[in-house]
Write a protein that binds this ligand. Structure first.
Ligand code: ADP
Length: 195
């Protein structure tokens, strides 16, 4: 597990990965926060491509080119607005990570960076979102060389690191079982018959 999932503090628009994930809104036509930063850094051609996509549902993901970003692609996903936890917010946030990772994997991309989706304007509790980010990313680690959880503050990075370290400790305590060597059952009477 070690090394594939990394927690990084900084600006996602600077990362040279196959794909950066954008915490977009339904229109996919740009907004504030990380969405605004990605739009500014990618340049005006991004809007032209996004206008052809017909928006995006909460929990779903769509891909565009990366334009002026160092990343080759942008995966746009729409996180849930936190409304107290009784409106499928956890499942929808899991779906954002899951659908983005599947989209990237199906295109043969091996490095991807996520912002802390929904934890800004959409007010998802940061610790709960960090647990979802780490756990969901970890389920896909075998298909990737790098999954970067790009945090915009030290506090957010600390939350992600705590969950990641706990997960790694758990994996060390319970390593995947090696399959038992196959036992060839033989009839005792066969022994000595030169078979
Ligand atoms: P949402 O509407 O999904 O909550 P926001 O953009 O408001 O999206 O915030 C999501 C997270 O992205 C927040 O933790 C915010 O601090 C972070 N963020 C904002 N700008 C950047 C950036 N340039 N790079 C990485 N993360 C960013």
């Amino acid at each position: 597990m070690t090394g594939i999932i990394e927690v990084f503090t900084g600006d996602i628009t600077r990362l040279r990965v196959d794909a950066v994930v954008n915490a977009a809104n339904h229109s996919l036509l740009g907004g504030s926060g990380v969405d605004g930063a990605i739009y500014r850094a990618a340049g005006p051609e991004l809007l032209v491509e996004c206008e052809s996509l017909g928006g995006c549902e909460t929990g779903a993901a769509k891909v565009t080119g990366g334009y002026n970003l160092p990343a080759r692609f942008i995966i746009h996903t729409v996180g849930p607005v936190w409304r107290g936890g009784g409106f499928d917010e956890d499942a929808l946030l899991i779906s954002c990570y899951h659908r983005s990772l599947v989209l990237a994997r199906d295109r043969g991309l091996t490095s991807i960076a996520f912002p802390a989706i929904s934890t800004g304007l959409y007010r998802f509790p940061a610790d709960r979102a960090a647990a979802i980010a780490v756990e969901t990313a970890s389920a896909y680690r075998d298909g990737f060389k790098r999954i970067v959880l790009c945090c915009f503050s030290d506090a957010s990075a600390a939350l992600h690191r705590t969950v990641l370290e706990a997960l790694e400790q758990r994996a060390l305590r319970n390593p995947p079982q090696k399959p038992e060597p196959a036992v060839i059952e033989r009839d005792e009477n066969e022994i000595g018959r030169g078979r």
